[in-house]
Design a protein around this ligand. Structure first.
Ligand code: FMN
Length: 271
């Protein structure tokens, strides 16, 4: 898969990762200029069989009659689409960049795999032969509080010990980029907030133990890579039986994820 040119937006997206929360109440759609710039970004991010497509009727997709209307006030959104041969993690990896750009614009989003109307959504994104709709997200101005930076401890997340096996002192002794990468993975969204991962620091890298072919895995990989990138470090992902290894690479090398075809798909469905 062609790597995402992180250097262009890395700081903006990294800061956004600290502000992003799932927004389920919307007050207004994005401004027209924001929609336009998101369409441009969707075009730039499309790669490896992944595309991001505006929903033509987001209000219907998130509308009345759906599980107590858990996500309300939606009038704009997109679908995350992949062709048949594209692993799910690629969709998580690519589309999280889009979600973070929305947050950088002050717009709310919510990765959604379960609580939306699948039939109209599939029709609205105009699936081509062999394509799948993996998730949708509403996009808009949050109805409540604006997005704001969250302290790491304000999120309902695994404690560092459970996430890494490290004591607080051991964690604080890590190089800055590894600490930031671990915290950035930790702040990432996951289905039902399962956080289906642990992160182990390694010399010149990290090991992300997780389901290999899930949206969640791709999101976590993007967050780790983003934190490395704001520390001027690049790396390369490789697939292993237990998950993914991120190995720092010398400056001049590019760092696309290596594996294109992990075998199983075990993305959990949200209720
Ligand atoms: C792959 C994925 C699927 C998700 N599906 C849903 C969903 O169907 N409905 C929903 O309300 N939230 C969904 N979420 C949002 C999670 O519940 C949310 O990310 C998690 O609780 C952590 O909260 P935060 O995003 O505010 O940090 C999903 C998140 C991910 C990453």
């Amino acid at each position: 898969m062609e790597p995402i040119a992180l250097h262009r937006d890395e700081h903006r997206w990294y800061e956004a990762a600290r502000r992003r929360v799932s927004v389920r109440r919307y007050g207004a759609p994005p401004a027209e200029a924001q929609k336009e710039s998101l369409r441009t970004l969707a075009g730039a991010l499309a790669r490896g069989g992944v595309r991001i497509v505006p929903l033509s009727g987001a209000d219907e997709v998130f509308g009345h009659g759906l599980m107590g209307r858990r996500i309300a006030g939606v009038t704009y959104g997109v679908g995350f689409v992949a062709d048949g041969g594209t692993p799910d993690w690629c969709v998580g990896y690519v589309c999280e960049a889009f979600v973070l750009e929305c947050a950088a614009m002050g717009l709310g989003t919510c990765w959604t795999v379960g609580t939306y109307k699948q039939k109209p959504a599939r029709e609205q994104v105009g699936l081509r032969a062999g394509e799948r709709l993996l998730a949708v997200t509403p996009i808009g101005v949050p109805a409540g509080e604006a997005l704001r930076a969250l302290a790491d401890d304000d999120r309902p997340r695994k404690p560092i010990l459970k996430l890494t096996g490290l004591s607080d002192n051991e964690f604080e002794a890590l190089p800055e980029w590894q600490r930031e990468a671990i915290l950035c993975v930790r702040s990432g969204p996951s289905a039902i907030n399962r956080q289906p991962w642990t992160v182990r620091p390694e010399p010149e890298g990290l090991f992300l133990q997780t389901g290999k072919n899930t949206l969640d895995a791709g999101i976590a990989m993007f967050h780790a890579e983003l934190a490395a990138s704001v520390n001027d470090l690049r790396g390369r992902w490789s697939e292993h039986p237990e998950g993914w290894r991120f190995q720092l690479t010398p400056d001049e090398e590019e760092a696309p994820p290596e594996a294109e075809q992990p075998p199983e798909t075990d993305t959990p469905d949200e209720p």
